[in-house]
Write a protein that binds this ligand. Structure first.
Ligand code: ATP
Ligand code: ZN
Length: 225
């Protein structure tokens, strides 16, 4: 265990949010020495430890109060919130900043040959996704009886594999959909990376560190505009 006086920040170990999150920490003055294999990275100039994990684990680490802060995509955060709500677990946190990276949308896409006429076309269909709670909320809001088929990867090949009729997946450019003969039909959630903090008060020294960082984050984002 690392020292509890150090601010603990959860960050995606490797993936689409890693480089931008690390670049942001460096830009606000956190000096980091990251060794690829290690779970923990210590800042060399400040009392900060980074916990490097899969992005799926970050909402839970923050909501369980295991870490103080986390960088996470809103899609994953909202999904885990719904999941924890459904199973009666705590799901409180504070959003400190919405960031300027990690932009994407969660969309329903259907095979090109699917005669899509609006959400009602999904009635009775199976939709493959990594985000079953967000998808089921969309079905409910739109009064559609369809089922979410949970897949943790290769969602875009599910229709071709005969596993589902349609998919609900993250899209940024749309190139992956096109390459798989899929047509984007419904955008159900828009996402960016956010910096979140656990519920409850942070000890004074940590709170001061965080309040020094926030204006710097704003400055870094403004400079990029
Ligand atoms: P991990 O191994 O950490 O579980 P992952 O495969 O779930 O990684 P990534 O593909 O690295 O995750 O995506 C992490 C986050 O990046 C997404 O949850 C989303 O918020 C954001 N993102 C931005 N653009 C895209 C995109 N085009 N496709 C997928 N995710 C995107
Ligand atoms: Zn993930």
């Amino acid at each position: 265990m690392s020292d509890s006086n150090r601010l603990r920040i959860a960050i995606q170990k490797s993936g689409r949010l890693s480089d931008d999150s690390i670049a942001l920490l460096k830009a606000i003055g956190v000096k980091l020495q990251i060794r690829d294999r290690l779970l923990i990275a210590h800042a060399t100039n400040l009392p900060i430890d980074l916990l490097r994990v899969r992005d799926d684990d970050i909402p839970g680490l923050v909501m369980d109060g295991v870490v103080d802060l986390g960088f996470i995509g809103e899609n994953e955060l909202e999904e885990k919130m719904l999941e924890r709500q459904a199973s009666g677990k705590k799901f409180e946190f504070k959003t400190l900043r919405r960031l300027d990276y990690g932009g994407c949308r969660l969309s329903i896409a259907v095979p090109n040959e699917f005669n899509y006429q609006g959400v009602q076309s999904l009635e009775g269909k199976k939709v493959a996704t990594t985000y079953p709670f967000l998808l089921e909320r969309f079905f409910k809001e739109n009064n559609v009886n369809a089922s979410a088929v949970m897949l943790t990867g290769s969602v875009e090949v599910a229709p071709r594999a005969g596993v589902a009729d349609a998919i609900c997946d993250l899209v940024s450019t749309g190139a992956t959909l096109e390459a798989n003969g899929l047509q984007e039909e419904e955008e159900i959630f828009q996402s960016k990376a956010v910096l979140i903090q656990r519920a409850g008060e942070l000890p004074e020294a940590k709170a001061q560190l965080v309040s020094r960082f926030l204006p710097r984050i704003d400055g870094v984002m403004q400079a990029k505009e």
